[in-house]
Ligand binder design. Structure first.
Ligand SMILES: *Cc1c(COP(=O)(O)O)cnc(C)c1O
Length: 384
């Protein structure tokens, strides 16, 4: 089976992991600091905090914004469930903002309408989590203008999008947000096995994130409530978690980061090739706006109205041909857990219509041109 996404591991990556296994530290060692510094430098932001997953990163980012049980968090329905679950972990309420039908990101027009409506009903969000779907940035400048007007915090869920650019700046620079979250799951752009990162320019957030990652504990006498009792002494200041990444994972991340631009370029080249060869078929192909570079985590096509077969049929035929297509995403609000919270079919119609027709084609740096041609030819035979 050709998978829809796959990690790319080199001998250099393997050597880096082995060096760490032979070192003094398997966790909380020097590799984590180096990984964080390199990511901060790559993104052009002040601080980076590595954690055990993007889900952990989203949870901590929500916590440091001081969410309480009456607060609302708004995110995109066209995302992985973690983008919304992170708000529920803090006790806050979740609402969604429907997507636009061009980028499949949160629609700015819908967001404006929803904010205006919520201002009257006094239910404005405390935190907005735009998701850079498939690796293409949301309209961050517009969202930032709305933040100034309506006073919410912005956490970018850039789990798909490390290596992408928005108006020439790296995603993760936090120029138009309070924090940005990345995922290093193996299907994402670079991997640490499991892993995540939060970037920010806010020193206060940075210090809190570091503390919450390790149980809410501090070893820095400056942060203690009393004089330190000795070199062994630490204090738990707040209720945190064990959300640490290991040194083994960080070593892999450092090694992978060296090839990030190569990976993004390769993904873009393959996407371009899909584009050229599929544009005669009854498919809606992805659109990347001119002021951004997508990291192309996903290449999603939608069956258009002219297609003679259904999405389900097309999907099954591709799977039968050993092509590991996938669907991103089942709208979060349609999950049984969210329907139990009161969401229902019809709440976010653009994301639902998109979902009905979407298929993610295989796209990853190791996808060979032969394999890609086989996928393209199979689609031709199905749809022509
Ligand atoms: C993968 C993903 C996550 C979760 O990432 P993990 O590192 O697996 O926790 C969150 N949000 C989006 C949009 C994702 O694609």
């Amino acid at each position: 089976m050709i998978p829809y996404g796959r990690q790319h591991i080199t001998q250099e990556d393997i050597n880096a992991v082995i060096r760490t296994l032979n070192s003094d530290f398997l966790t909380q060692g020097p590799q984590i600091d180096i990984f964080e510094e390199l990511i901060a430098k790559y993104c052009g932001c002040k601080y980076a905090v590595a954690v055990s997953s993007a889900t952990a990163a989203l949870h901590l980012a929500c916590l440091v914004t001081n969410l309480h049980s009456e607060d609302e968090v708004w995110t995109s329905p066209n995302s992985f469930v973690a983008s919304a679950n992170c708000a529920l972990y803090t006790g806050a309420k979740v609402k969604f903002v429907d997507i636009d039908s061009v980028t499949y990101n949160m629609s700015i027009d819908t967001l404006i309408k929803q904010l205006e409506f919520s201002r009257h009903s006094k239910s404005l969000p405390k935190v907005l989590i735009p998701v850079h779907f498939s690796g293409q940035s949301c309209d961050m400048k517009e969202i930032y203008e709305l933040k100034k007007k309506y006073d919410f915090k912005i956490i970018e869920d850039a789990s798909h999008a490390i290596g992408g650019l928005y108006q020439g700046k790296p995603i993760g620079s936090c120029e138009y947000s309070d924090m940005t979250v990345f995922s290093f799951h193996p299907v994402k752009i670079i991997t640490t096995g499991e892993g995540g990162m939060i970037t920010t320019n806010n020193e206060e957030y940075y210090k809190k994130l570091i503390q919450l990652r390790t149980h809410g504990i501090t070893r820095d006498p400056k942060n203690m409530t009393t004089e330190t009792e000795g070199p062994w002494y630490y204090q738990q200041i707040e209720l945190g978690f064990n959300y640490r990444i290991t040194d083994i994972q960080a070593a892999l991340g450092i090694s992978q980061l060296k090839r990030i631009d190569e990976y993004v370029l390769k993904r873009n080249t393959l996407a371009e090739r899909y584009h050229e060869k599929l544009n005669k078929l009854p498919l809606v192909l992805p659109t990347v706006l001119s002021d951004r570079l997508s990291s192309y985590h996903l290449y999603v096509v939608q069956l258009s109205d002219e297609a003679k077969i259904s999405r389900g049929h097309c999907f099954n035929e591709l799977r039968n041909a050993n092509i590991g297509v996938n669907v991103h995403y089942i709208p979060i609000h349609l999950q049984p857990y969210y329907q139990n919270l009161g969401f229902k079919v019809g709440d976010y119609p653009v994301s639902e219509a998109y979902y009905t027709n979407a298929i993610s084609l295989p796209l990853y740096p190791g996808l060979t041109l032969d394999a890609q041609d086989y996928i393209i030819n199979t689609l031709y035979n199905l749809l022509k």
